[in-house]
Design a protein around this ligand. Structure first.
Ligand code: NAG
Ligand code: NAG
Ligand code: NAG
Length: 478
């Protein structure tokens, strides 16, 4: 087959998956450039797996000295195509025990063409269509782990992008292995007591604003700064990050993001002095909620939130956050915050969920209870291991179904294909954070790039089709 053509097509697609619209130039450079620009500096590395990574999930079968060797001959192999995420140490392959049975997890790309290799696991952020393993082999599932927003890879929030995959673990509740609460350790985290109001009133008297903003990644698809800048015209906001910066953190240690991470106790204590925290996600997607939302609640501040349109479904009760989109203008929002700032009784209603029995949202409680992975919990597996086992179980079931069909084709139908859906990564086209598109200055190149990437142009659509077709071709020739 015309391998050269596919590569050219996909190289172009790689270009389109970052922000350059130009079809020429050395691909690697374009991709690297895009990558650096799009990382979240304040948040540290693009991917921060729960700290349990590496500590859990190595399920040796008792007595076997070399796990993965003996008895592994017929086990399905799961190949981590993004090797950086391989959740085992040391070595390149590991026998894993899951609910339905065992599989071998590997990051050795040489096993890719093997008939036992039943699934390829990809990490969304570094999935590059240009580097996709083609042709797709019909017997292999593609599994996608992408807990991040489309900031890191817009391609996947378009239907033809997400549909390349069979199984997903995304922030969406609709994904096969859902991670919407990936940043919420549990109910105790929410219940933590707030700083007494008198103490906060004291900080207000000393000149603190009612609202805190702490953001150092300023050009994002959600275009949050444009809104916050407008809000600042109507109510004081103390902004300590790089974006709309107007105040210094109190000590040099806190000012240094290398020493004071966002989980630093001293920093957290400082942040808890504020009654309201602006909490705007970097992109707007259904069920995409991050520490920006949960941390203020942990600290007893009221999040002033813009992010997941379905955020209410996950709140501890129906009166615990302020949604920016409920207000017709930044001015109206400012008036409401000012009202709460001056009315302790009304303000305290927003913290009622911290009282015993205050978490009334059964959906939230059930979701936390039923999830099998933990957040920074050394006693529970992390979701990398969890997803790996989910894929293993899925493949074992698929093998059984195939065998059943082969044994009696008349009675048992061919197993149906399982294909990821756009709802697994539902991020509507980005819109300006404030005002409308016509008001966005031409030279605001970040935002205009995002607005453009929100739409899948016909060329990209065509190119994504090429990846799909690579499998169909392989199937027909088989
Ligand atoms: C919020 O919850 C309370 C108590 O469950 C209920 O009475 C009230 O109608 C709810 N309000 C809204 C806006 O859903
Ligand atoms: C995996 O998804 C592709 C579409 O991306 C589909 O053609 C294929 O049949 C699916 N495979 C399985 C095993 O479900
Ligand atoms: C289809 O897959 C087989 C098995 O890996 C491979 O040998 C063959 O070259 C593929 N077909 C095409 C058209 O690439």
């Amino acid at each position: 087959m015309a391998a050269g053509r596919t590569v050219a097509v996909l190289a172009a697609l790689g270009v389109l998956s970052v922000c350059s619209a130009s079809g020429s130039g050395p691909l690697a450079e374009v991709e690297a450039g895009g990558e650096a620009e799009w990382a979240e500096p304040w948040d540290g590395a693009v991917f921060r797996p729960p700290s349990a990574l590496g500590a859990v999930g190595v399920a040796h079968s008792p007595g076997s000295q070399q796990p993965g060797r003996e008895g592994a001959v017929d086990l399905p192999v799961l190949l981590w195509w993004s090797p950086g995420l391989f959740p085992h140490f040391p070595g390149d392959s590991e026998r894993i025990e899951c609910a339905r049975g065992a599989c071998v997890a590997s990051r050795d790309r040489r096993v890719r063409g093997d008939s036992r290799t039943r699934a390829l696991l990809f990490y969304g952020t570094d999935f590059r269509a240009s580097a996709a393993p083609l042709p797709r082999l019909a017997h292999q599932s593609w599994a996608l782990l992408h807990e991040e927003s489309p900031l890191n890879n817009f391609l996947l929030s378009h239907a033809p992008g997400i549909r390349l995959f069979n199984l997903t673990a995304t922030f969406s509740r609709h994904s096969d292995y859902p991670l919407p609460l990936q940043w919420l350790p549990g109910t105790a985290y929410l219940r933590r007591a707030a700083l007494p109001l008198q103490e906060r009133a004291e900080w207000r008297r000393r000149g603190y604003a009612p609202l805190l903003y702490l953001q150092s990644h300023c050009d994002v698809p959600a275009d949050r700064d444009r809104y916050v800048r407008e809000l600042m015209r109507y109510i004081p906001v103390d902004s300590y990050g790089k974006c709309l910066h107007n105040r210094e953190l109190p000590t040099p240690r806190l000012q240094d993001t290398a020493t004071a991470t966002t989980e630093d106790p001293e920093l957290l204590a400082f942040l808890s002095r504020y009654k309201f925290h602006l909490a705007l996600e970097n992109a707007i997607c259904d069920d995409y909620m991050t520490e920006k939302l949960w941390r203020p609640m942990h600290l007893g501040a009221v999040p002033v939130y813009r992010g997941s349109p379905s955020v209410r479904d996950w709140m501890p009760n129906n009166h615990s956050i302020i949604l920016i989109n409920d207000f017709e203008s930044p001015q109206k929002l400012a008036e409401f915050i000012d009202f709460l700032d001056k009315n302790d009784e009304e303000y305290m209603k927003y913290l009622a969920y911290k009282q015993p029995g205050g978490i009334t949202n059964q959906f939230l409680l059930d979701s936390l209870r039923h999830r099998e992975w933990g957040v920074n919990d050394p006693l529970l597996p992390n979701y990398l291991n969890g997803f790996e086992c989910f894929v293993c179980d899925h493949e074992l079931a698929r093998l059984d179904a195939e065998k059943a069909h082969a044994a009696s084709p008349g009675d048992t139908p061919v197993p149906k294909p399982h294909i990821a859906q756009p709802s697994h990564m539902n991020c509507p086209v980005p819109t300006p954070g404030f005002g409308n598109v016509e008001e966005i200055p031409e030279n605001d190149r970040h935002i205009t790039a995002f607005l453009r990437l929100g739409r899948l142009d016909s060329t990209s659509a065509l190119l994504l089709g090429a990846i799909l077709n690579s499998e169909i071709t392989n199937k027909t020739q088989k």
